[in-house]
Design a protein around this ligand. Structure first.
Ligand code: GDP
Ligand code: MG
Length: 163
C-alpha cells in the first residue's frame, strides 16, 4: 500500500489547486463510501522515487454556513484517521483566519506527521506574509504557491522524507 497524504484546510485556501499540480492529470477516484467521506478525491502521485496517494478534501460541502463547526472539524478527524501524513494548508494571501488556531490545536497531539503550509506565497517577495503565522505557535511553515509552483519542490522533498 502506498502511503496516504491528506490535504486539509478551510475552503478556498488552495487545496484543490495544489492537489491538481501534484497529481497532474492522473484520474481521480471519488470515494463512494456514504457520509462525509464522499467529500474527497483520491489520486496517485509521485515525487522523485516516492509514490503516494493524495486526498483532496472538501468539495460540495464547502458552502456550509459555519465551516469549522461543521465539516472542517470532521474533515480533519477523518484525515487523521485515514492518512499517514496530513498537510494543513493555510492562506498566505488572506492571512490568519479565526479557524487557523483551532485547526492547529486539533492537530497538535496527532502522532502522525503534520506539515503546515502557507499557500499563495507566489514568490520570494511574499514570504514576509509568513511572519503573522508564527503567532499561531508553530515554528515551521512551508511557504508555497500551489498555483505557480513557488516553494513546491522544497516542500515535496520534506513531505516524502516524512512518509
Ligand atoms: P480549495 O477550496 O482549498 O480547494 O481552493 P482552490 O484550489 O479551489 O483555490 C481557491 C482559489 O485560490 C482559486 O481562485 C485559486 O485560483 C486560488 N489559488 C489557489 N492556489 C493559489 C496560489 O498558490 N496563489 C494564488 N495567488 N492563488 C491561488
Ligand atoms: Mg477544493
Amino acid at each position: 500500500m502506498k502511503p496516504i497524504v491528506a490535504v486539509v484546510g478551510r475552503p478556498n485556501v488552495g487545496k484543490s489547486t495544489f492537489f491538481n499540480r501534484v497529481t497532474k492529470s492522473r484520474d481521480a477516484l471519488v470515494d463512494d463510501r456514504p457520509g462525509v467521506t464522499r467529500d474527497r478525491l483520491y489520486r496517485d502521485a509521485r515525487w522523485e522515487d516516492t509514490e503516494f496517494t493524495l486526498i483532496d478534501t472538501g468539495g460540495f460541502l464547502e458552502r456550509d454556513d459555519d465551516p469549522f463547526a461543521g465539516h472542517i472539524r470532521v474533515q480533519i478527524q477523518q484525515a487523521v484517521e485515514d492518512a499517514d501524513a496530513v498537510i494543513l494548508m493555510l492562506d498566505g494571501k488572506s492571512g490568519i483566519s479565526p479557524y487557523d488556531r483551532d485547526m492547529i490545536q486539533m492537530l497538535r497531539n496527532v502522532y502522525k506527521p503534520v506539515l503546515y503550509v502557507v499557500n499563495k506565497i507566489d514568490g520570494a517577495e511574499q514570504e514576509t506574509q509568513l511572519a503573522d503565522f508564527y503567532s499561531l505557535g508553530k515554528d515551521n511553515f512551508w511557504p508555497i504557491s500551489g498555483e505557480h509552483g513557488y516553494g513546491v519542490p522544497d516542500f515535496m522533498d520534506e513531505l516524502v522524507r516524512v512518509l
